[in-house]
Every structure is written in structure tokens, then in C-alpha cells.
Design a protein around this ligand. Structure first.
Ligand code: HEM
Length: 323
């Protein structure tokens, strides 16, 4: 009996190690029988949106990240506030999220074909992948089977999302607490090869870095001058592309920018302060970059954070509301 138990524990262990069973119970073929067209349907909604406005890819990628970092990848970023509760959506960092209508379009198409089957959390994970691959980025297999959470709290988003002013130690703590590695930090930060930022997310680096009217010495001086022409002090509306010239194309430019001290945020610049992340940044600027492969791996890692599976949570009928 004891031998049998030890043997079965050993077999389960090997299955985990080989990745046959995902520790979170996710599976790339999760909807194979229950909703075989799920990938086609989500991709169409994302492609429809991006083909009319290429800037939509970036917020869709960011939305999945903001979902996963707060209560895990459970679709909680999509929930609307109620009379008695302010949701994650209303946190300052989430006010600049866009693309909720793309997720809703995918969800309503899915509800017609396979009602009550595909979670909003999974739609987010697929949409992020499709958004990246549709703008020349890498693709990867998305593990599925997440269920939707019923709770979304503004203050949790404020506390758990990294801020653009975070230094490396803080990033390491935040990402580490979610099971992500130092490599995941530097690879996922490469998401900033697309998209825009509001001036207020970095203008203290231009005008008042230490409260003495100074600039951040870790930003290239010429870049500071350039950015100052776009962002006046206290500007709360202007947006600036994070990868000038190709902010709607996914490539390795981000690392070239960071290596030239032209990363937009302190959290980007700080990647040059750690030995491992610095080496990664410098290596990506050359031919033979591993960024595309790495990005898929790290996105899969991020997509596993705190997922609800089995009987936990629910499959929402509409992504903005619990059932
Ligand atoms: C390392 C910690 C991170 C910090 C501190 C951070 C911070 C920010 C900030 C402040 C913005 C600009 C918001 C605005 O002012 O409108 C932004 C934009 C963006 N972030 Fe991050 N981010 C981080 C990691 C990530 C990750 C892991 C991803 C995805 C893999 C990501 C993807 C994006 C994208 C695509 C945008 C552009 C959004 C748009 O154009 O609407 N970021 N990020």
C-alpha cells in the first residue's frame, strides 16, 4: 500500500515536471470540446479593432497585465464599480486602460456560440496574445481554463500594481511576490515597445526629480529636452509614444532605448542597475535577440498568477458584471 502511494506521488510529480499537468489546472486545449472556435472568435474581435486603429493593441496587452497583478488573472479588472464598491477599473493606473469594448465584443460573440463557457479572464489572456502577434510580435500558446472572480477593489489595484517610479528592489519584490522571476521583469517590461504614456507618468523625471527643480540624471539629457517640448509641467492630458516612430509595432526597440537611457519611466531605467537585467537589455540590442521567444514564455508565466479554476469563481455572462 505504502509503495503504491509513493509510486503514485512519484508519477504525479513527474507529470508536473514534464508540464503534462499544469499546477494551476490550465490547459491549452481547455475549450476543445466545449467551445472549439474560441481562439478564432477572440482573434476576430481583436483584429477588427486593430485594423481600424493600430493603437488598440497596447491597451489590450496592458489590460491582461493589470488583471493578473491584482487578485490574479481573474477578469477583476473588467468589473464595473457598484453603488457600494469602487472597482479596480477606477484606480488611477487603470483610468488610462482602453479596449473594454473589444473584450465585450468577443464575449458576446462567444455567448452566442457557447453560452456560459468561456471566462472573461481567458478572453483577456487570448486578446493580449492576439494583440501582440497582430502587430508583428511573437505568438505563443495560451493556457486556458481560468474562471472569473466576483471581487474587484480599487485600493487593491493601487497597492499591487507597480508604479512608474519603482526602483529595481521594489519591482523585484512586487514581481517576486507573484512568483515571477528577475528575467520575467526585464522581459515583460519589453511590453513598453508599444503604446503611449501620459506626461504625468514621467514628467517628474524632466522637471522635478528630487524636489529641487532638477531632472533625472539617469535619463539622456537630449531626450529630456525633447520630451520637455511635448510635456509642459503639470500637463495631465498629453500622451507621448514610448517607442518613438514605432509605437504600434512590436519589436526589440525597447531595449535599444533603455540602453541609451531613453526608457520612459524610472522602472524602465532601473533595469540598467541590476547585473542580470542590464546584461539582458544590452544583449537584446544586437541581432539574434531572444526577446520574442522570451516574451511568450514570460506571458505564459504571468497568465498563471493566482488563477481560479475548478469550482472557484464563475463564468460571467457579461464581463463588466458578476452574474
Ligand atoms: C515593470 C512594471 C511596469 C510599470 C511600472 C509600468 C507602468 C506603465 C505606465 C505608467 C504606463 C503609461 C500609463 C499612462 O500614463 O497612460 C504604461 C503603459 C503601458 N504598459 Fe506598462 N508598466 C509595467 C509593466 C508592464 C508590463 C508587464 C506590460 C505588459 C507585458 C506593460 C505594458 C504596457 C503597455 C502596452 C502600455 C501602453 C498602453 C497604451 O498605449 O495605452 N507594462 N506602463
Amino acid at each position: 500500500m505504502a509503495t503504491l502511494t509513493i509510486l503514485s506521488i512519484f508519477i504525479i510529480y513527474i507529470a508536473f515536471v514534464l508540464g503534462l499537468v499544469n499546477s494551476q489546472g490550465l490547459d491549452v486545449e481547455y475549450y476543445k470540446k466545449t467551445c472549439p472556435n474560441v481562439e478564432v472568435i477572440v482573434k476576430k474581435a481583436v483584429a477588427d479593432s486593430i485594423s481600424s486603429d493600430a493603437t488598440m493593441a497596447a491597451p489590450l496587452l496592458r489590460m491582461h497585465f493589470h488583471d493578473c497583478f491584482v487578485r490574479g488573472c481573474d477578469g477583476s479588472v473588467l468589473l464595473n464599480s457598484t453603488k457600494s464598491n469602487q472597482a479596480e477599473k477606477d484606480a488611477i493606473a487603470n483610468l488610462s486602460l482602453r479596449g473594454f469594448q473589444v473584450i465585450d465584443a468577443a464575449k458576446s460573440a462567444l455567448e452566442k456560440q457557447c453560452p456560459g463557457t468561456v471566462s472573461c479572464a481567458d478572453i483577456l489572456a487570448l486578446a493580449a496574445r492576439d494583440a501582440v502577434s497582430l502587430i508583428n510580435g511573437p505568438t505563443w500558446k495560451v493556457q486556458l481554463g481560468r474562471r472569473d472572480g466576483r471581487v474587484s477593489i480599487l485600493s487593491e489595484a493601487t497597492t499591487n500594481l507597480p508604479t512608474p517610479f519603482d526602483n529595481f528592489t521594489t519591482l523585484k519584490t512586487t514581481f517576486g511576490a507573484l512568483g515571477l522571476s528577475v528575467k520575467d521583469i526585464v522581459v515583460l517590461s519589453g511590453g513598453h515597445t508599444i503604446g503611449v504614456s501620459h506626461c504625468f507618468s514621467f514628467s517628474s523625471r524632466l522637471y522635478n526629480f528630487t524636489g529641487k527643480g532638477d531632472m533625472d540624471p539617469n535619463m539622456d539629457k537630449n531626450y529630456v529636452v525633447q520630451l520637455k517640448t511635448k510635456c509642459k509641467p503639470n500637463d495631465v492630458t498629453t500622451t507621448v509614444s514610448m517607442d518613438p516612430g514605432s509605437f504600434t509595432k512590436f519589436e526589440t526597440d525597447y531595449y535599444t532605448l533603455v540602453s541609451k537611457r531613453r526608457g520612459m519611466f524610472v522602472s524602465d531605467a532601473t533595469l540598467l542597475t541590476d547585473k542580470q537585467t542590464r546584461a539582458y537589455v544590452l544583449a537584446q540590442s544586437f541581432n539574434g535577440s531572444t526577446f520574442f521567444q522570451d516574451f511568450g514564455v514570460s506571458m505564459v508565466n504571468m497568465g498563471k498568477i493566482g488563477v481560479l479554476t475548478g469550482k472557484s469563481g464563475e463564468i460571467r455572462k457579461q464581463c463588466a458584471f458578476t452574474n
